[in-house]
Write a protein of this length. Structure first.
Length: 202
């Protein structure tokens, strides 16, 4: 069984603006990795292989859906915030958190790092706290713990509170686009296609 990153860790930004990823999570991204922001402005750290898979997927999406302003805008957003971190010659494993990522994520001096199987999420503590109170997330977690496929769950079965769900979304990452298909190529999410456009890019 492949090793998976999991757990929640509190980390602190030091006086020089640097952070150090928890040792129990570092293996998920290695010493050379990439950071960007997800759709809820949390920072995500992806190892080289996962980043390469994401780039392959995005290139295909951009070529196929270049007429979609929402898709083009999403690709631009992911790439605009992307930063490469190289710790191969860094014995302390500390590195400065890029200012544009720090500002976008609302992170101050305290950060919550969460292991998400094959990547790491960094978020402001208040965003993570909101996740714990989401009825929808708690209900769905019960199905997942019992091995029930999300597609088999009737939408109405999951209790939804729009206000709490809105806050809870900030602690969730949409990692499915970067998942790799059986033939090694990156594949889209469970639906297998880009959703319908929700509006024009501002």
């Amino acid at each position: 069984m492949a090793e998976a990153a999991f757990g929640t860790y509190d980390i602190q930004v030091d006086s020089q603006g640097r952070i150090r990823l928890p040792g129990d999570l570092q293996f998920a991204v290695g010493r050379e990795f990439f950071m960007t922001v997800d759709e809820w402005d949390n920072i995500v750290a992806l190892g080289q292989d996962k980043w390469a898979g994401l780039l392959e997927f995005l290139q295909g999406v951009y070529a196929r859906y270049g007429h979609r302003s929402d898709v083009v805008g999403a690709v631009k957003r992911i790439m605009a915030f992307a930063v490469r971190i190289d710790l191969r010659n860094n014995e302390s494993m500390r590195f400065p958190l890029p200012e544009r990522l720090k500002q976008q994520s609302g992170i101050d001096n305290r950060i919550v790092a969460i292991g998400l199987i094959d990547h790491i999420m960094l978020a402001a503590p208040e965003r993570v706290a909101a996740c714990a109170s989401s009825p929808a997330a708690k209900s769905m977690s019960g199905f997942l713990l019992r091995g029930v496929d999300p597609d088999a769950v009737v939408a109405d079965t999951v209790r939804r509170d729009p206000l709490q769900d809105s806050a809870a979304n900030s602690c969730t990452t949409a990692s499915s686009p970067a998942e790799s298909s059986g033939d090694g190529a990156a594949s889209p999410g469970a639906a297998g296609s880009i959703p319908a456009a929700g509006g024009e890019e501002p």
